[in-house]
Design a protein around this ligand. Sequence first.
Ligand SMILES: Cc1cc2nc3c(=O)[nH]c(=O)nc-3n(C[C@H](O)[C@H](O)[C@H](O)COP(=O)(O)OP(=O)(O)OC[C@H]3O[C@@H](n4cnc5c(N)ncnc54)[C@H](O)[C@@H]3O)c2cc1C
Length: 292
Amino acid sequence: MEEFNYLAPESFDQAVVAKSQHAEKSRVIAGGTDLLLRMRDKVVAPSVLIDLRHTSLDKILISNGVMILGTSASLSQILENSEITQHFPALQTACREFAGPPIRNRATLGGNIVNASPAADLVPPLMAYDASIVLRASGGDRALPLAEFFTGPGQSVIAPDEILMEIQIPLLPASSAATFIKLGQRRSMAISQVNLTARLSMNNSDCVTDARIALGAVAPTPVRAHSAEDALVGEKLSEDLIRMAAKKAREEITPISDVRASLEYRLEMTEVLVRRALIATWKKQRRTKTSG
Ligand SMILES: Cc1cc2nc3c(=O)[nH]c(=O)nc-3n(C[C@H](O)[C@H](O)[C@H](O)COP(=O)(O)OP(=O)(O)OC[C@H]3O[C@@H](n4cnc5c(N)ncnc54)[C@H](O)[C@@H]3O)c2cc1C
């Protein structure tokens, strides 16, 4: 590892000033579970590390119908939060299937996003829940939909002087349900071969009023399967419709072969898993209706 200066600002404002002063020479460090490995492997060599640990960016709260998650919220904090259990359970499923407890205690939501891995597990649920993010620089804040953040593997639109501050998710109507599915080479401690979240809103006659299918590890960035979503909206849900939407999702992705899975396997499993996720989501909807 190269030598670097370590800064631990006492406030977020100070962190933002430090980021603007050191810009591309610097990296923010949150949990360090990605960054320290990349520094050890000399993939990145920042001369300044800006640690967010004293900046109080780990709050999770609801304000004006929006859930606000501070960038430094750890996966363990997300798992323990009862409001997330109530409103965004698919995000918790993704956290539960993520590494083991020691990593979940350190790894942050913001780190998983800014690292911009196409296989990042927390991104498909956030995209399916229509999350947006707020980036702060000394010149001001910039908000954008999470889906517009990623530009390629490890690449995003974040500027060298910006820090991700928070993630915002609008609360959903009770008629909405979602399912996260992760496929890895092992049951735990595995990077995803395919991960996805399907979310459906439906009316009382089983007609789909809104649909999201967000997929990871099957394209250079996490992606939405827009034509599969369009095929569902306005239609009465049925097994045939779900089968057709899953096929469309397969046609929309552009996976590669790598150490974790072949291109063909990813195509095949995307179709299978989108189908499973939509069926599971449909069942959850039915349970909500019967219990309500
Ligand atoms: C053993 C192990 C298992 C893992 N398992 C999984 C898994 O199952 N699923 C998965 O998706 N990932 C997994 N990971 C990857 C990693 O843990 C996650 O991506 C984690 O969420 C990163 O968060 P962090 O806080 O540790 O980020 P860090 O390592 O601190 O930072 C990651 C990147 O984001 C930048 N950054 C962090 N916060 C900010 C911010 N607020 N503003 C601007 N830039 C920021 C950093 O500069 C760095 O470039 C695993 C890693 C390990 C070591």
